[in-house]
Design a protein. Structure first.
Length: 348
């Protein structure tokens, strides 16, 4: 196995305040990335979990001959680490799990401009308005719910309904999760700081149950520990694969608020990249037909390149999700969200 995890300094959130082997042809890299194949090593800081993307990164090594050294960790943690390391960072590529952390690093000027050949593969709404990061896969925010404990007609359709008395103690969230933090940032952008604080405080007063991340929320929902959880859509499919009778489904809230946003996992080339062309070639690979099909079939996410179908059973088509009118570039104030979460004691 070529992929290696490289160690690093542990840093808290507060510091930031079956592989496909088909013959699909990767996206054509920009002309100036021809030298990428001459590179021997690439360092990727990945906020994507190793069991999700490890096989894909191994595949990249097979087709490129480049050794990919990966540092896995929480997206916010790794973004904070990059800021701490400054120009001494060994990272060439940041592969983040949400637009919030990508935007924060972009705002800090830590990314380089991506070639048009890469950006043009993806709809502008799923990339940086500055042209320095691009979405690789889409993840819908959903309410996962226990099918034995609540009926479809009883499900809430906006995030404010979650604060009502009938949901007291029955909802799970993960405040330390990067995608949750991006969602809260979206609430701040869409509804304002005061309303975001009001919602958070109302959820806490309604005895929301706290979990470390999305997977335990889905697990707790399926066994009836909570009735409903705030998660990304694709986590449910891992449980359904192991147990088709798992008693949970995803619900896309219809009101079109932040609870139904489409976030992205995406990648960017850092200003510390030792070989920019090699780093760009890696980002281009994430948008190849092969990689996009991998995201669809293996991680049950939305592929972002046109023409690659979704394959997860029952997954609502991307065009049918009533998403809020928000520019993902605008959810870059992760620091402000962390401070707000600390102020309301959602983060200790």
């Amino acid at each position: 196995m070529f992929v290696k995890s490289i160690g690093g300094v542990q840093i808290t959130l507060v510091l930031l305040a079956g592989l496909l082997l088909t013959a699909c042809v990767p996206v054509q890299a920009p002309a100036d990335t021809a030298s990428a194949m001459e590179a021997t090593e690439l360092t990727v800081y990945s906020g994507r979990n190793e069991n999700l993307v490890g096989p894909l990164l191994e595949r990249y090594q097979e087709v490129s001959g480049v050794t990919v050294n990966v540092r896995y960790g929480g997206t916010a943690e790794l973004a904070a680490t990059i800021m701490e390391e400054g120009q001494n960072s060994p990272a060439d590529v940041f592969f983040g799990q949400d637009a919030g952390a990508l935007g924060a690093l972009s705002l800090a000027g830590r990314f380089t401009q991506l070639p048009a050949e890469i950006l043009d593969r993806v709809d502008p709404r799923f990339q940086s308005g500055r042209g320095d990061w691009v979405g690789a896969s889409g993840r819908a925010r959903v309410f996962v719910y226990n099918t034995e404990m609540v009926s479809m007609d009883e499900l809430p359709n906006d995030i404010w309904e979650l604060t009502e008395p009938q949901w007291k103690g029955k909802i799970g969230w993960a405040p330390t999760n990067g995608s949750f933090q991006a969602f809260v940032t979206a609430v701040r952008v869409l509804e304002g700081e005061d309303r975001a604080r009001e919602w958070l405080e109302a959820m806490i007063a309604n005895d929301v149950q706290v979990y470390a991340k999305n997977t335990p929320i889905v697990e707790a929902t399926g066994r009836g520990e909570v009735v409903l959880g705030l998660v990304n859509h694709y986590y449910l499919y891992r449980f359904l694969k192991e147990d088709p009778g798992f008693q949970a489904k995803n619900h896309h809230p219809a009101a079109g608020d932040a609870g139904a946003m489409i976030n992205v996992a995406g990648a960017a080339v850092l200003d510390t990249a030792k070989d920019r062309a090699a780093a760009e070639a890696f980002v281009a690979f994430l948008l190849s037909d092969e990689a996009q099909t991998y995201f669809s079939e293996q991680t049950n996410e939305y592929p972002l390149v046109v023409g690659i179908p979704t394959t997860a059973d029952g997954l609502l088509p991307l065009a049918d999700v009533n998403t809020p009118d928000i520019d993902l570039t605008d959810i870059d104030d992760l620091q402000g969200t962390l401070e707000l979460l600390q102020e309301v004691n959602a983060l200790q």
